[in-house]
Design a protein around this ligand. Structure first.
Ligand code: SAM
Length: 318
């Protein structure tokens, strides 16, 4: 595939992720009243192990995000990198947990689609209006900037452009900042993702980064997953390098981050509140426990921080 087709395939992964999330939500794995406004309902059922995997992903990432919001008392920014159709802004607002400002970045084409949904669906636009104060908010087909929510079309492989665009939307590098990359870095070359991680570590003196992605791809199971993604013609330059949790940690440390941790999703699953885990395990019968465990060991969450003002970011853990 040429570069444009490869990028198009990567953009397609945004649809995949939200369709799977919407399906899991419709079965009752977790509540998300907003996802229905961004994607259609899946045509076919998703396998129970996929739904459980998304459950662990969404809860694992949101556990760390909430720990950051708690440490900073919401006096912070969140920058969601490759946010796709993520609904976190709306869910945080409902829980009264909005940071001072919430930014999203994705390819301009994805951003245009998201803005179109926001503009045409009052349940999405109303919370943005409600949290807005001051002058009229800026909105065109490729960017939206309000007091608390902002969305920017940019290519994450060119971080200087990214910084300029975010600053136009009043990014404040001196506020504690959380960067989230949920299933995003894997679509870039190791060099490109390292540049992005270095840019973030050098730009924000007080910050945390959360990265969810594939790991331990060496065995046959990993091979099957890579083949699936290749069939979509995604450029998977990032997959093979980060083969272990150790190399995930090293990548963060070498990019200028501190206190780096990485755990696989089976561990994350075992750390989630067990009463809720019991509840979701009763939703659908899962035949092959072993398959589920293998799948979960092929994904991980890694996070790291930089904390010159001693907010306790280094202690954030499951
Ligand atoms: N983070 C969302 C989630 O977990 O639901 C979406 C994940 S989706 C698998 C990957 C997202 O990253 C897509 O929306 C894609 O467009 C975006 N992305 C990948 N590479 C990118 C790049 N170089 N610049 C901007 N966005 C990118």
């Amino acid at each position: 595939a040429g570069p444009d087709e490869a990028d198009e395939a990567v953009r397609g992964t945004c649809e995949d992720a939200s369709v799977c999330k919407r399906f899991a939500v419709s079965v009752g794995y977790w509540k998300d009243p907003y996802i229905q406004y961004f994607v259609r309902q899946a045509k076919e059922r998703k396998a129970p192990e996929i739904n459980r995997g998304y459950y662990a992903r969404v809860h694992g990432v949101s556990y760390l995000i909430k720990a950051f919001l708690e440490r900073t008392e919401c006096n912070c920014q969140i920058v969601n990198l490759g946010a796709g159709m993520d609904t976190l802004f709306w869910r945080l607002k409902d829980e009264n947990l909005l940071p001072r400002k919430y930014f999203e970045v994705d390819f301009p084409m994805i951003v245009a689609r998201k803005i179109h949904n926001i503009k045409s669906k009052p349940p999405l636009s109303k919370p943005i209006m409600e949290s807005h104060s001051g002058d009229s908010l800026l909105i065109d087909s490729h960017s939206l900037d309000s007091s608390r929510y902002s969305i920017v079309g940019a290519d994450l492989r060119f971080s200087s452009d990214l910084e300029e665009k975010l600053k136009k939307h009043s990014l404040d590098v001196h506020l504690p900042t959380l960067l989230v990359a949920e299933c995003v870095l894997v679509y870039m070359t190791p060099q490109q993702s390292a540049n992005l991680l270095k840019w973030a570590a050098n730009t924000f003196p007080v910050a945390m980064v959360i990265n969810y992605e594939q790991v331990n791809m060496r065995d046959r199971f990993g091979q099957i997953m890579i083949e699936n993604l290749q069939r979509r013609q995604c450029n998977l330059a990032g997959v093979e390098l980060c083969t272990s949790l150790q190399s995930q940690r090293e990548r963060l440390l070498e990019s200028g981050w501190e206190n780096a941790r990485a755990i696989d999703m089976m561990k994350v699953y075992s750390f989630l509140p067990q009463a809720d885990v019991k509840r979701i395990e009763a939703l659908e019968f899962l035949d092959e426990k072993e398959l589920f465990e293998q799948l979960m060991q092929h994904y991980c969450i890694c996070w790291a921080s930089k904390d010159s003002s001693n907010l306790g970011l280094a202690n954030i853990d499951f």
